[in-house]
Design a protein around this ligand. Structure first.
Ligand code: NAD
Ligand code: ZN
Length: 405
């Protein structure tokens, strides 16, 4: 038996944020990030709509990108004090994911972070509050997914929390919020969405319910991402829907090792001054992982189907897989994303020598590979890598060398 779960309600289209007026409740806590929602006036709007719904409103502000366990605990304490019956999370993946984890801790004050990390082991929520998510980036689709990614900075590791319990009750996909994204954010979040759709399509948990969502998302991202990056606002609006469709697919079909590797490399070199941003990590690793997974005949056939759907040409499965890889690399070039870690600068742009020194990478490689294999996303990857294979694959992602194993 398989399960397919999505938010009960999804409001979409320009101005959809107005749906906040219809939430029935007494107290809403709005969780937001560092300031972009406030700066562009969306936070004030949300507060006004919720007040119009008759709710008392309190803010939890300042959730950082790649949120920490500490922030989660602080937010949960604020909720404990205010006792909201609605949690309204607004912004990119970071504040929404943090709010999801705060929600668990608010409902179960005794629960530890380790217990939250047990995949599909979160106890029933909604005893105290329901959850509404309003996304402002076009990538993570966390407004519709059963996931939350929290970083343990002591260990330098990102942990995906996974359970349909944390799938929001209400999702608001209002493209007005995405229009203020700077170019770089459009590029990174857009390639994150492409990775979600492709990993969902080849995942061992793919099914008839997830395939159409994944394929349509891929087609839209192919048509709209580069244009959105270059300032076309119609395409920007379309991307907001496309990423959500990809999310509806992967929340139910799960992901693969591109995400395992991105989770375990993202904060692994933070002591050298930067993160490998989630979407950029995915964009660099995806072509390598496709080459690795395509050694599995079933996965190769599914990649070829994607290539056909994108009308990339080619006559054999092998040719189609190669064309898909080439297409994705070209997208990275068009979006000013490097092809490998060695050329990933601290500002995320391509450069001759990136911020991760070769010797540091090689020294940390065995541990990172071990952690990536243990990541929650590895189980549904079509090919299970050994420790040796994962190390080789990560090396290909560092040097941009060919995957021939
Ligand atoms: N829950 C999931 O299913 C899932 C899936 C993929 C990734 N993630 C996680 O989500 C996080 C990344 O989220 P993200 O890529 O959405 O970015 P983010 O939330 O980290 O935001 C990045 C920056 O963009 C700014 N910003 C956000 N929206 C903006 C807008 N409309 N205009 C201007 N600035 C804006 C923020 O203030 C922030 O500084 C990572 O921690 C990643 O691991 C979660
Ligand atoms: Zn992702």
């Amino acid at each position: 038996m398989a399960r397919f779960t999505l938010p009960r309600d999804l409001y979409h289209g320009k101005g959809a944020m107005e749906a906040l007026k219809t939430l029935p409740g007494k107290r809403a806590m709005i969780c937001v990030g560092g300031g972009s929602m406030k700066r562009f006036g969306f936070l004030d709007k949300a507060v006004a709509y919720l007040k119009e719904a008759g709710m008392e409103v309190e803010l939890f502000e300042g959730i950082e990108p790649d949120p920490s366990v500490d922030t989660v605990m602080k937010g949960a304490a604020a909720m404990e004090k205010f006792q909201p019956d609605w949690i309204v999370a607004m912004g990119g993946g970071s504040p929404i994911d943090a709010a999801k984890a705060m929600w668990i801790k608010y409902e179960y004050p005794e629960i530890t972070f380790e217990e939250m990390c047990k995949v599909f082991g979160i106890p029933p929520l909604r005893r105290k509050a329901r959850f509404c998510a309003i996304s402002s980036t076009s990538g993570t689709a966390t407004e519709v997914t059963a996931f939350s990614v929290i970083t343990d900075y002591q260990k330098g590791i990102k942990y995906p929390l996974a359970d349909f319990e944390i799938t929001p009750d209400v999702a608001i996909v209002d493209p007005d919020l995405a229009e203020t994204m700077p170019k770089k954010l459009v590029a990174h979040t857009g390639m994150d969405a492409m990775t979600h759709a492709i990993e969902a399509y080849v995942s061992t948990a793919n099914c008839d319910y997830t395939d159409p969502l994944a394929l349509h998302a891929i087609k839209m991202i192919q048509a709209d991402l580069v244009g959105s990056y270059n300032g076309d606002m119609e395409k920007r609006d379309a991307m907001h829907n496309a990423q959500c469709l990809a999310g509806r697919a992967f929340s139910n079909a799960l992901l693969g090792i591109v995400h395992s590797m991105a989770h375990k490399t993202g904060a692994a070199f933070a002591d050298y001054g930067a993160h490998i941003i989630h979407g950029a990590a995915n964009a660099m690793y995806l072509p390598k992982v496709i080459a690795f997974n395509a050694k599995d005949a079933t996965a190769a056939k599914r990649y070829a189907e994607i290539a056909d759907f994108m009308k990339l040409g080619g006559s054999t499965v092998e040719e189609k897989v190669a064309l898909l890889i080439a297409y994705l690399r070209k997208m990275n070039d068009d979006l000013n994303i490097p092809q490998c870690i060695q050329h990933y600068g601290a500002d995320s742009y391509p450069c001759e020598q990136g911020f991760v020194p070769e010797e540091v990478f090689l020294e940390r490689l065995p541990e990172i590979a071990k952690n990536a294999i243990g990541d929650a996303c590895t189980g549904s990857n079509p090919r299970q890598p050994s420790q040796e294979e994962m190390e080789k694959l990560l090396k290909c992602c560092y040097y941009d060398t060919e995957v021939d194993f």
